[in-house]
Structures are given as structure tokens and as C-alpha cells.
Ligand binder design. Structure first.
Ligand code: FES
Length: 142
């Protein structure tokens, strides 16, 4: 795909975010914050009957087009996968989906949602946290 097409896909996710909202009584949840800009993303996960497969993911928060679009893409990628698989998902898999080159500042925007999801899974399932978060320490998670 050309950069232009990637940009259109990003814009579509920003304008029509997949899984925007809150899951009441979520099985896993976390919130993250980018202090560079003040933007926040909360992620809610519910598991299927096997207690491992992600049945539903929703997110709320506010932020720039990249952070919101990347989190929306992540929601699409996460559904139906196992918590352990997502815990191991390299950030490049999401960055490939985004498809356009990102400056270091934009990289933090793009990875905010993924970090929050990994924290939520870590809390609920004890899955390992990414070893590759170097350079992203400015992001804060609660
Ligand atoms: Fe705040 Fe992108 S400018 S997350």
C-alpha cells in the first residue's frame, strides 16, 4: 500500500474507532498516559469461556489521531487472540499495520494503546511485560 492509502486507513480508524467504549466488569483493564501531551487511553478486556482468548476489547480516552487510530487497529488485531500471544506481540506488528514512518514522538503516540493492553493482561494473567519498551519510559501506566 502507498503512504497515502495507509494515511486514509489511519484516518478511518480515527474517525470510526473500532471498539470505542467501556466494558463494565472487565476481566482486565489498565490506563496509560503520555505526559508529553497529556493524552490518555484506557483499555478493557473480557475473556472467553476458556479464560484465555480475548473475546472483546474496548478503549476510551482522548488523544491525537495516531494514538486513537493505533489503539483502534490494536482492538481489531486483539480480538480472538490469546492473552499470552498478545503479551508476546512485538510492537513492530502494530507499526507495520500503521504502515507510515513515525518520528520518535509519534512512536510514543502509536504505542500508548499497546502498552496499556500489555499492562492490563499482565495484571489479569501475569503475562510478561515487554522487554522492548526502551525509549518509551516517558509513557506512564496506572
Ligand atoms: Fe498525545 Fe499523540 S499527541 S498521544
Amino acid at each position: 500500500m502507498s503512504d497515502q492509502l495507509y494515511r486514509e486507513v489511519i484516518l478511518d480508524h480515527y474517525k470510526n474507532p473500532r471498539g470505542h467504549g467501556v466494558i463494565e466488569d472487565a476481566d482486565a483493564e489498565a490506563e496509560g498516559f503520555n505526559p508529553l501531551c497529556g493524552d490518555e487511553v484506557s483499555i478493557y478486556v473480557s475473556f472467553a469461556d476458556d479464560d484465555e482468548t480475548i473475546e472483546d476489547v474496548k478503549f476510551s480516552g482522548r488523544g491525537c489521531a495516531i494514538s486513537q487510530a493505533a489503539t483502534s487497529m490494536l482492538v481489531d488485531m486483539a480480538k480472538g487472540r490469546k492473552a499470552t500471544e498478545l503479551a508476546e506481540m512485538p510492537k513492530d506488528e502494530l507499526l507495520e499495520e500503521i504502515g507510515i514512518p513515525l518520528s520518535p514522538i509519534r512512536l510514543k503516540c502509536a504505542l500508548l494503546g499497546l502498552g496499556v493492553l500489555k499492562i492490563a493482561l499482565h495484571r489479569a494473567k501475569g503475562t510478561p511485560l515487554p522487554q522492548e519498551w526502551a525509549g518509551l519510559d516517558e509513557l506512564e501506566f496506572k
